[in-house]
Structure formats: C-alpha cells, structure tokens
Design a protein around this ligand. Structure first.
Ligand code: PRP
Ligand code: GUN
Ligand code: MG
Length: 183
C-alpha cells in the first residue's frame, strides 16, 4: 500500500499537541482583537490547514483573505526570491491585519509580506506563525503569536510540503534523509 507516513523519520508535533496549541493561540487572538473585526491573511499554500483550524476556533467576528507566495520551489532551502502567485482580494487600508503563516524560517517570506502590507496602510499588522525556526533566520523578524519553536530541520505535514508532497499529513514530522538525497 502507498502510505506517505513511511517517509517520516519521526513525529515532531502530534495532532493532539497541535490542536491544543491552536486553541491557545485562538484564545490570545480573541483577547486581543474582540470587537475589532481583524482581517486574517493566510499565506498560501503552506498555511491553509493552520488557518482553517485557527479561524474555526475563533469565536469573534473576523474577515479572511488569502495571498499566495512561494520561494522554496522543489528544494528544502529558500531560493531567496519570493514570488507572488495570487494577490489579495480585499482592501486592507485601515484594517487590523493578522498575517497567518505555517513557518517562519529564513524570514524572507514574512519580511516581504510585511513590506508589501505596510505600504497598503492597515491600522495595525501582527504576525502569527504556527512554527518558528530561529536558527535559520536571515532577516531580523519576530512573530507576535508563535505556536512552537522547532529545531533546524526541514519539517513537513499539516500544510507544509517537500516538493509538493506531505501537506496532507495530519501531524508535523521530519523526513528520512534519503528523501532529499537527489537534491
Ligand atoms: O521564512 P522563509 O525561509 O521564507 O520560509 C517560510 C515560507 O516557506 C514556505 O513556503 P514556500 O515558499 O515553500 O511555499 P508554499 O507555502 O506554497 O509551500 C512556508 O510555507 C513559508 O511560507
Ligand atoms: N516544508 C517546509 N517548508 C519550509 N519553508 C521554510 N522552512 C520550511 C520547513 O522546514 N519545511
Ligand atoms: Mg508558504
């Protein structure tokens, strides 16, 4: 049988651990944004599962939009160039924006997003990332809401891919080294 779990060396964060932490982040956002109708922007494609779980656990009024950017291609290291593949649909001027990401790694994607969003004059911007990998940072950027700090390893699952695979794993894990051996 074809089962993608066979490519995983070890589970870093289980479904239960992720769900519990998502509920805590949701409680923090609820406390900070109740009555402000925040605009949550999901950075596709990696953040789609985190965004879906996060907003379903938010009891407050909020608005959603999606932007797609990409910089990793089919490799496990950034290409250094962030490309927009889908722009926002809503006007963010005067809005309380929360950018929702799956992982903050080199920081290139989120610094690019911050620059782009700030130019559109929102009332405020905060960053929310499920995973933070500070060891690889190339830009001085920090998130306001962080789910978990992760070690300097390439992780997959819960939206995160390697070469467009593994996004559908319900947990976050580290791939067996042989999966990258052709890079
Ligand atoms: O901090 P950085 O080094 O920029 O890395 C973080 C970004 O890399 C991944 O996206 P990717 O470009 O692989 O596209 P994807 O979301 O479509 O998978 C991930 O989803 C983050 O958006
Ligand atoms: N899948 C995946 N994408 C990333 N983009 C930046 N860092 C990572 C990572 O560790 N895993
Ligand atoms: Mg991404």
């Amino acid at each position: 049988m074809d089962n993608i779990a066979k490519d995983i060396e070890r589970v870093l964060l289980s479904e239960e651990e992720i769900a519990a932490r998502v509920a805590e982040i949701s409680a923090d956002i609820t406390r900070d944004y109740g009555g402000k109708n925040p605009l949550l922007i999901s950075v596709l494609r990696g953040s789609f599962i985190f965004m879906a779980d996060l907003v379903r656990s938010l009891p407050i009024e909020c608005t959603l939009d999606f932007m797609a950017v990409s910089s990793y291609g089919k490799k496990s290291a950034t290409t250094g160039a962030v490309k927009i593949t889908k722009d926002l649909d809503l006007d963010i001027e005067g809005r309380h924006v929360i950018i929702v990401e799956d992982i903050l790694d080199s920081g290139l994607t989120l610094s690019f997003m911050m620059e782009l969003m700030s130019a559109k004059r929102p009332a405020s911007i905060r960053l929310c990332t499920l995973l933070d990998k500070p060891a690889r940072r190339q830009k001085p950027i920090q998130a306001d809401y962080v789910g978990f700090e992760v070690p300097d390893e390439f992780v997959v699952g819960y939206g995160l891919d390697y070469a467009d695979k593994y996004r559908n794993l319900p947990y976050i894990g580290v791939l067996k080294p042989c999966i990258y051996c052709k890079e």
